[in-house]
Design a protein around this ligand. Structure first.
Ligand SMILES: Nc1nc2c(ncn2[C@@H]2O[C@H](COP(=O)(O)OP(=O)(O)OP(=O)(O)O)[C@@H](O)[C@H]2O)c(=O)[nH]1
Ligand SMILES: [Mg+2]
Length: 210
């Protein structure tokens, strides 16, 4: 359970990110997929990360410090960790130069941030599998970056359609992957999947510690 969350700092490059050894979890995905909104949903604070109806809102690496109480295997403990809001990839309106700078920022963060325990790749549940996401996921695999998939905006589809789309995505991934990464289905509007995601992070926190 998340007790508190606070904004720490924004950086244009991984080299200037906090030198702390706290376990870190970052959110990535296309512009407008709902990264910042999901961070706010998990932290129960709609003003924590800046969101916008227009893509291209988050343009830096944003660190948030989270304090939580976890109950893993009947042991209650307080945990501190970082949540990171990243810029989106494939921001169409950006110029070539800015797009490349953002790509480099994201890639350097993914490859060089040693504290990164899991990268959550966000996918809009309404769309069919998109090349840009599949390529990014493959790139993560090739580079050994640990990741999980999070479907967003679950409130925008009916239950049946939501399940169909998620299953279709899994089938698509299994064309290239032998096994599936962890998969979560969320909505920042309704809170769907928030508990599962927080529990997963707590579980990873416990594994990192031991
Ligand atoms: N209905 C619904 N809308 C959502 C959900 N999550 C995000 N949105 C909306 O989608 C838009 C984009 O959300 P953001 O959280 O700013 O998206 P982002 O991925 O951080 O975007 P960038 O920072 O531009 O890369 C906003 O208008 C949000 O209100 C959701 O779960 N349900
Ligand atoms: Mg954002």
């Amino acid at each position: 359970m998340i007790k508190s969350a606070q904004y720490i700092i924004s950086n244009p490059d991984v080299a200037s990110c906090p030198q702390s050894t706290l376990p870190e979890y970052a959110f990535i995905g296309r512009s407008n997929v709902g990264k910042s909104s999901l961070i706010n949903m998990l932290c129960h604070n709609s003003k924590l990360a800046k969101t916008s109806q227009k893509p291209g809102k988050t343009l830096l690496i944003n660190h948030f410090l989270v304090e939580s109480v976890s109950n893993q295997q009947s042991a209650i403990s307080n945990q501190k960790w970082h949540l990171v809001d990243l810029p989106g990839y494939g921001y169409a309106q950006a110029g070539q130069k800015q797009r490349e700078a953002l790509k480099k920022m994201i890639e350097r963060y993914c490859l060089l941030r040693e504290q990164l325990v899991c990268l959550f790749v966000l996918i809009d549940c309404r769309h069919e599998p998109q090349k840009i996401d599949l390529e990014f996921i493959n790139w993560l695999g090739e580079n050994g970056v640990p990741f999980a998939i999070v479907f967003t905006k679950g409130d925008k589809l009916g239950k049946v359609r939501l399940k169909e789309n998620v299953e279709a995505y899994k089938t698509r991934l299994l064309e290239e992957w032998e096994e599936l990464p962890p998969v979560f289905v969320t909505s920042s509007e309704t809170g769907l999947g928030g508990e599962e995601l927080t529990n997963y992070i707590e579980q990873l926190n416990a594994e990192v510690k031991s």
